[in-house]
Design a protein. Structure first.
Length: 443
């Protein structure tokens, strides 16, 4: 397995180059809790979790009843709202991506975990949580920022207004730094996370610039290396689309460039990760899934979007760099999602393509590995089947059905998204709930 490396180092280098029981009463949480999670008395609910308006997580049973809010936060608002959800395989915790703490994090959005009853909220990426900074000794960091962008350039940094944050600081600072200007600022009360550098991030809306930072020393003032702001920065730089491995010990996620990383489900302090695909993996894979059975637990199914001759679904062992991936199915059309069937016999995927009348549609398909055949599951003519989740039995699918603006069909301007349920044999298609996205079906 690839050696764990600090995330800040990688950034520096890259810049150079359908039937369930009722749920327990849900609790709406609005702040991060610090209590340790005791799982002996946590029971999976069989509920479907989903997001609404990027602002809340809700749960509902497969018959459309017991629809409740599980979690929300006042700062979870587009474009820093709630993105994706994934139940742990045993159904005892839900991982989700949220940007509600983006102003005090290296990431646009981080991964969090929460119990089925809404308790036990914890931060997973970029620990410790902001609410836990009070538990650390504090130091001071002085940093000089230089805006190297020219005023006539169109990159975001030419505007000169930035929010700057040293990881572990009490608060971010907003500065006006015109192109070509230099400014020094001081951060007091910065938590000392130990003997390693704590990064610094400069933000302009959804764009971020990163530097490795400095080792904060409690009780002392540390001068960080100069922060040179140039270029276009990184858009949507964060942790999106959580995917658990079979035993729930690891979580993988992608960043805005669809580079897939994996971290322990209960990581230590700091910013660290492994590459899920190893050194020679795909340069970008937005859709993947870990094998669901013991025999497939180290296998990763993924969609690689390349040329017309090599775009498709592949399988490779996690972290494997020496061997070539196994080609399962060439698919030159776009893909919105992919997920193993629970028994590992095949997988489902949503495919974006043009019909014979040149109308663009998206439907869900089933690929059987043994026969190497695929069949269409949904048959939408007036909507797009996008993200989906398979029931634990493997017999049902909950999926997003999105309507587009008919006046702009090629722009994929979605005007509404609802959740529907259909059997894996393509029968019984029915509406589950209006105005829902990013479904995940619990054990």
């Amino acid at each position: 397995m690839q050696k764990i490396i600090y995330f800040l180092l990688s950034i520096f280098v890259s810049s150079v180059f359908v039937y369930c029981g009722n749920a327990d009463q849900a609790i709406a949480a609005t702040s991060l809790t610090t209590a340790s999670v005791t799982e002996n008395n946590v029971n999976p609910t069989g509920l479907i979790a989903y997001t609404r308006n990027d602002e809340e997580i809700r749960v509902i049973d497969s018959a459309g009843g017991n629809d409740k809010q599980l979690w929300t936060h006042p700062d979870a608002k587009e474009p820093f709202g709630i993105f994706d959800l994934a139940w742990r395989p045993d159904g005892k915790e839900l991982a989700f991506s949220s940007g509600h703490e983006n102003m005090v994090s290296l990431y646009h959005a981080d991964l969090y975990g929460i119990r089925p009853d809404g308790s036990g909220l914890r931060k997973i990426t970029n620990t410790p949580a902001y609410n836990n900074l009070k538990d650390y000794k504090k130091g001071t960091v002085t940093i000089t920022l230089k805006n190297l962008q020219y005023s006539f350039q169109t990159a975001q940094s030419s505007t000169g207004i930035f929010t700057v944050y040293v990881i572990g600081a009490e608060m971010p600072q907003q500065i006006l730094l015109a192109p070509g200007a230099t400014k020094t600022i001081v951060f007091n009360n910065v938590a000392d996370f130990g003997d390693h550098a704590q990064p610094v991030v400069a933000m302009y809306g959804q764009i971020r610039w990163i530097m490795p930072g400095t080792d904060v020393v409690a009780g002392k003032n540390t001068k960080a290396p100069d922060f040179l702001i140039s270029g276009d920065g990184y858009e949507y730089f964060g942790a999106f689309r959580p995917v658990w491995n079979a035993d729930g010990s690891q979580i993988s996620y992608r960043d805005g460039m669809c580079l897939v990383k994996t971290i322990p489900a209960k990581p230590g302090i700091g910013i660290q990760f492994n590459s899920l695909f190893g050194k020679n993996g795909p340069t970008g894979s937005c859709y993947w899934d870990w094998g669901p059975t013991p025999a497939l637990s180290k296998q990763v199914l993924y969609y690689a979007d390349g040329t017309e001759d090599n775009s498709g679904f592949f399988m490779r062992q996690e972290g494997e760099s020496a061997k070539s991936p196994e080609l399962l199915y060439l698919n030159p059309d776009g893909t919105y999602d992919v997920e193993w069937l629970p028994d590992g016999s095949g997988f489902l995927y949503s495919k974006n393509y043009y019909r014979e009348d040149y109308r663009r549609v998206c439907n869900i398909f089933h690929y059987d590995i043994a026969s190497r055949k695929h069949v269409q599951v949904t048959n939408l003519q007036d909507g797009y089947a996008r993200q989906f989740s398979i029931s634990p039995s493997g017999k049902w699918i909950v999926y997003e059905k999105s309507q587009i603006d008919e006046d702009k069909p090629d722009d994929l301007d979605f005007i509404s998204t609802d959740l529907w349920i259909i059997s894996t044999d393509g029968t019984g298609d029915r509406l589950l709930v209006k105005n829902g996205m990013a479904p995940s079906w619990s054990k």
